[in-house]
Design a protein around this ligand. Structure first.
Ligand SMILES: Nc1ncnc2c1ncn2[C@@H]1O[C@H](COP(=O)(O)OP(=O)(O)O)[C@@H](O)[C@H]1O
Ligand SMILES: [Mg+2]
Length: 223
């Protein structure tokens, strides 16, 4: 298990490399990309490998205890790893809003990581008007939690296709970009199981750095 001061290792050398060691504490990192690019696995694996409690807000049912236990077993990790994960499963954006607000009272320095996976899926499902204020407030609360407890906060986001520009963009790009200091995009590569991480923004690292990785029984691994 790692100490409490440094960044949180992802367990993938190439991704740690572009991040300068791992996910920064004290700020929000946005992880976005299409389905099945490894966003959830990356968040779970980071919680698994760094010790400390993990607050995991799962809005998509993507958090799988079986997958977590399998990854731990494949890595020869002993003990009850599930014990360190505190999982919340909101079913509406309003409930998500309350849960994220309550995290201010729950998260303390025994936590290493907070994950919201994803912050926009319930937001998209509802009437969008007036909701960006709700999103803004959650990001503000999460920033406070990150600073106050020196934890890493991963805010997972989805993409939508911007037909005018002909590119995929993160949902609520402007609101998210305002609060997330670091932004990591995940993409599929043509080979099965192969993925690419692109550092789109970072407080202290050059933008555009790329890392290849693959998805296996262990979780995410270097190629
Ligand atoms: N045990 C496993 N071995 C290999 N690949 C797996 C395993 N479990 C899930 N995957 C792969 O992981 C991908 C989904 O990863 P996930 O982290 O849930 O993506 P996202 O959160 O971006 O949608 C899928 O491509 C799936 O095939
Ligand atoms: Mg997911």
């Amino acid at each position: 298990m790692r100490g409490t001061a440094g960044p949180l290792t992802t367990g993938v050398r190439s991704i740690d490399g572009i991040l300068g060691g791992g996910f920064e504490r004290g700020v929000l990192t946005q992880i976005y990309g299409p389905y099945a690019t490894g966003k959830t696995t990356l968040a779970i694996q980071t919680g698994l490998l760094n010790g400390g409690y993990v607050a995991y807000v799962d809005t998509e049912g993507g958090f799988s205890p079986e997958r977590l236990l399998r990854m731990a077993r494949e890595r020869g990790m002993e003990g009850d790893v599930m014990e360190r994960f505190i999982v919340f499963t909101p079913e509406s954006f309003a409930e998500q809003f309350r849960i994220v607000g309550n995290l201010k009272k729950i998260v303390n320095r025994t936590f290493s990581l907070v994950v919201v996976d994803s912050i926009t899926s319930l937001y998209r499902a509802e009437d969008r008007r007036g909701l960006s204020a709700g999103l803004m407030r959650q990001l503000q609360a999460l920033s406070w939690i990150a600073r106050r407890n020196n934890v890493a906060v991963l805010v997972i986001n989805q993409v939508h296709f911007d037909s005018r520009a002909g590119v995929t963009r993160p949902v609520a790009e402007y609101v998210m970009g305002y609060r997330c200091k670091d932004i990591l995009r995940l993409d599929k590569l043509p080979m099965p199981g192969r993925r690419l991480a692109v550092l789109e923004r970072h407080r202290t690292r050059p933008e555009g750095l790329m890392a290849k990785f693959k998805i296996t029984e262990k979780g995410l691994e270097d190629v």
